[in-house]
Write a protein of this length. Structure first.
Length: 249
């Protein structure tokens, strides 16, 4: 295979601009939809597992050591190895690689939810409890809205990790953009190989931009105003008293 930069760029351009790669039933648009579909399925299952657990731990403070240890272990597991392990245990199909991706998505989700809930000022929580709110109301009307930005940050990280790793499903012929990486390697086709890698990178970038915009929207106006005022307040506190009130002549 000729990996000279000029030759690779030419082959990649020719492959990306070939009409057949965009119009066929198994072309690039179909592979992108498969890639996004597998990502959504894996993250959706991880949300159902990690979010309730993170809310409970963040609100009660119980099980913190288990969370830290467990998420660290899950982050260290090799995704491709898990895919083949689940395939050996459950056979070839859709769910074995999806479960491997679920295990990849749980740590950032769980850490984000736990960190978001536990980061809420305890005086705010105590004030809500003194007003007569029950634990359910405190969690969903006080802690979750105030910690939503951090919670969504964990969700964003989980989506990007799965999106970048879902290519492993191509190893068991389930499609997605990873198919082009496998085919490009097997066929010694530089254009297909590097074109597929570029598509994965561009898709991850596009999804990240969308999630970043949504993350800004979920921050309530009051919290957004407070976050923009906080640096200015800290700057004024750091100034000498004479400079804050003006110098006396």
């Amino acid at each position: 295979m000729d990996y000279s930069s000029e030759n690779v760029l030419v082959q990649m351009y020719e492959w990306l601009t070939a009409p057949a790669n965009w119009t066929s039933s198994s072309g690039i648009p179909a592979r992108i939809l498969e890639h996004l579909g597998y990502t959504a399925l894996a993250v959706g299952i991880a949300v159902l597992i990690a979010v309730p657990l993170g809310l409970y731990i963040g609100h009660t403070g119980r099980g913190r050591v288990v969370v830290v240890s467990g998420t660290g272990i899950l982050r260290a597991l090799p995704t491709l190895g898990l895919v083949f392990l689940f395939v050996l245990l459950a056979g070839i199909g859709l769910m074995p690689p999806i479960w491997a991706l679920v295990l990849l998505a749980i740590p950032p989700l769980l850490a984000g939810v736990y960190a978001g809930i536990s980061s809420v000022d305890r005086t705010v929580v105590d004030a809500a409890r003194a007003m007569g709110m029950n634990e359910f109301q405190i969690l969903f009307r006080v802690e979750l809205p105030n910690g939503l930005l951090v919670v969504f940050g964990g969700f964003r990280g989980a989506v990007l990790q799965v999106l970048a790793t879902v290519s492993v499903v191509a190893f068991i012929s389930l499609g997605g953009l990873g198919t082009y990486l496998i085919e490009g390697t097997q066929l010694r086709d530089n254009g297909r190989l590097f074109g597929g890698a570029l598509l994965i990178a561009l898709l991850a970038l596009a999804v990240d931009l969308v999630l970043a915009a949504v993350q800004r929207l979920v921050l309530s106006p009051g919290l957004r105003f407070r976050s923009t005022r906080k640096p200015l307040t800290q700057h004024r506190q750091a100034q000498p008293a004479g400079l804050q009130g003006g110098t006396s002549s």
